[in-house]
Design a protein around this ligand. Structure first.
Ligand code: HEC
Length: 137
């Protein structure tokens, strides 16, 4: 019993410490980024980023688990890689893979009428990266 409540206390402290390191601005950015994720990425990468989106079947290649980007990169969130990959600035190992090049298509579901001329706004992209970093396991 003592051990259990001790564990609970430790978990609470750890959770609180985790939250306390996020500023309100960051929390807002993560929320905005999640909105973009849901519209542009979830259909393939799944509702939580772990894969299994409804459009992920039959793509030829399974969309990777986006909650483990840090794990696959020695525990560090590979921000620049993700930015470049999503914008389509990295040569693909599989040129037939279905992932859109967002620098070309823009955030079409967020701005259906091609808001801001359909380009990917730096601020929106920063929010998306904040969200992706926040879901790392
Ligand atoms: C039409 C389906 C589809 C959509 C929409 C999509 N992706 Fe992907 N994504 C894939 C597939 C398939 C791959 C793996 C194949 C490849 O390398 O292109 C991939 C790969 C990735 C990778 C590389 C991961 C790694 O470890 O190599 C990242 C990062 C990524 N996607 C992020 C995103 C983000 C962020 C969005 C939304 C802005 C998004 N994807 C939208 C299908 C999709």
């Amino acid at each position: 019993m003592l051990i259990r409540s001790l564990a609970l206390t430790t978990t609470c402290i750890a959770l609180f410490a985790g939250c306390a390191t996020l500023s309100n601005d960051q929390r807002e950015a993560i929320k905005r980024g999640q909105g973009i994720y849901v519209k542009e990425c979830a259909q393939c990468h799944g509702p939580t980023g772990a894969g299994g989106g409804e459009a992920s079947l039959g793509l030829g290649e399974t969309p990777p688990d986006l909650t483990r980007l840090s794990e696959r990169n020695d525990g560090v969130f590979p921000r620049e890689f993700v930015r470049r990959f999503v914008l389509g600035l990295i040569d693909k190992t599989n040129p037939d893979a279905a992932m859109p090049e967002f620098a070309k298509v823009g955030l079409a579901h967020v701005y259906p009428k091609g808001g801001a001329d359909g380009e990917v706004l730096e601020a929106d992209f920063a929010d998306l990266l904040e969200y992706l970093e926040s879901i790392q396991k």
